[in-house]
Design a protein around this ligand. Sequence first.
Ligand code: ADP
Ligand code: MG
Length: 696
Amino acid sequence: YLQHLEPGENGSSSNVNPYTGKQFSARYFKILETRKTLPVYERRDELVKMTEENKVVVLVGETGSGKTTQVPQFLVDAGYAKDGMMVACTQPRRVAAMSVAKRVAEEMDVVLGQQVGYTIRFEDKTSQSTMLKYCTDGMLLREAMHDPELLRYRCIVLDEAHERTLATDLLMGLLKGVITTRKSPINMVVMSATLDAEKFVKYFENAPLLQVPGRMFPVGIFYLPEPAKDYFEHAISTAVHIHQNEEPGDVLCFLTGEEEIEEGVRRVTEEMVGTEKTLGPLKVLPLYASLPPDRQQRVFDPAPSSDIPGVSGRKIIFSTNIAETSLTIDGVVYVIDSGFSKQKTYNPRVRSEALQVTPISRASAKQRTGRAGRTRPGKCFRLYTEKAFKNDLIETSFPEIQRSNICNLVLQMKTLGIENLVYFDFMDPPAPETMMRALEQLHYLGALSDEGELSDLGYKMAEFPLEPELSKMLISAPNFGCSNEAVSIAAMLSAAGNVFLRPSGRQEEADEAKAKFQHPDGDHGTLLNVYHSYKQHNEDQNWCFENYLNGRALRSADNVRSQLERIMVKLDLDLVSVDYSDPNHFHYIARTIVSGYFMQAAYADRAAYLTVKDNQLVQIHPSSVLMSKKPKCLIFNEFVLTSKNYVRTLTNVRVEWLLDIAPHYYNPADMPKDSKIQLELERLIRQRESRKRARE
Ligand code: ADP
Ligand code: MG
């Protein structure tokens, strides 16, 4: 192949980095030694040869075998990033894209953002000189909207294909077409961690398969004798138990989300205070998506060292399922598997998508277990019974396309010029009902014409990396004279992590702090107040801390805000502010929210609320500032499914506004018969007609 680099082995140029022209650092050679021990490294020549001979290669290898960090580098070294063309490697998760790009920049001895970079939503760390780009699958899809043949890329690596995210599934279908039609050469490597590779091989017309066997040590599996009442408490006590009783080795504990994880870190740290001398130094660390990059990076630091003879240091990591296949942490010997993860679920009948704590699949459980046996024999503590594992867990989870609202996917397909959605070559097609619902929803939003063609509005909506309702809200905002406020609200809704902190033990103080920002008309107004205050306090992180606000979430909101503003300018949408001296100024903002979210309204009915049309019984989430006010009618941003159905992030609205802004949706005849909303709409319409007659 074109340029086979083997620094230290290929003579004269061995000490010069061909990509920078600089001498390799000592660190480069040190990392190179570890890289060479990765199972994938031995298969380098084979992989490059297969790629030369085939347009698509499927590569399967155990997590941690070096796929993500090494394979794209092999391709760059083999000359797939010449003449301004790039190698791209997609990741379903932002964290993975960032973290791996950073690692690979170190491995290649280049500055992150130069030859190696990454792009994730709202952040682009690449430059003119970028040869290797890690990006989320969603970002590559966005690029395809403007460059349908992805001409900037000579080779595309679709990583973590087994995750079967919406974006990866659509990319696979698109690229399958591109590789046959594109005039300039293009290659693909599809990488997966599971052994179920046959499906990918078949889908890509019998693409050759390269299997990299992992080195696995035996892992002892321990089940609970009885089902756990509270997996979180079990996780804490198991972590403590391991630290007190088990041999040296790091612990990885799978929980479901940020709050639980931070609580776990706090609890274990607290319980182990003062045990350093007897049990050894301990570092307890969190890992989840919205954690800032520098804190994420800390999970890769080795366990603390100990100078006391006979005891060694240990690290315990509480993580979401990011650590299941996306990120590999070396040194893990013990895994605690709660048996749960947060998953997206969608019910097309009630059009509600929700993140829900859901039992994992058997395939996930096995992956989690495998994390314990990478360097030596390990142990896995499953916080459920063996019977549950065998009988209750499903074999593999359904691909995302079969459990999501695919509105955005359909919008993107339309933008990509895919005419016949029903016959698109998906690996697993979405349910017809879900597809119908998505088309209907886009039509209501005005993104599709009556004939199902993408409208101007639809094209504009697709420019925003947001859910269609939110894009619609931003596009209509100038008409209500409050696009600056709408952009701020959209940014706050898209911030990484919870804006309001509510640390356990200090919930009361946190609630008092939040009350200071409270807006009488709801949570959107409250978010806007927080944002304005944050800017008035010059983005002071201490001020955030004192007010129980998440400083980094606010910083990310501010960054998102500038990006959204740029898109508004690009689309020629005016940036205007409401007149705050107008006592009704919030009404303009609330109506803007209605223009995007009119399909997510709920109407008071006895002690609870019913969602309009779908007639779902919901409650106001206790975190909402409208909890005590209980307005007659509200717009909600989120549907939360726990033991009860909750709606969260709410704004008080008037039924008149719904009727004015979305008359096509609020036709009383389409509402559940004799429902309160139907009666109210009918009353309003009668009232308006009689007023009109009176005027005539
Ligand atoms: P795979 O994609 O096959 O799961 P990776 O390429 O992600 O494997 O990982 C290969 C090795 O690189 C692992 O030993 C992992 O610990 C290491 N690694 C990955 N990212 C980092 C990082 N940010 N810091 C240190 N080591 C890392
Ligand atoms: Mg990987």
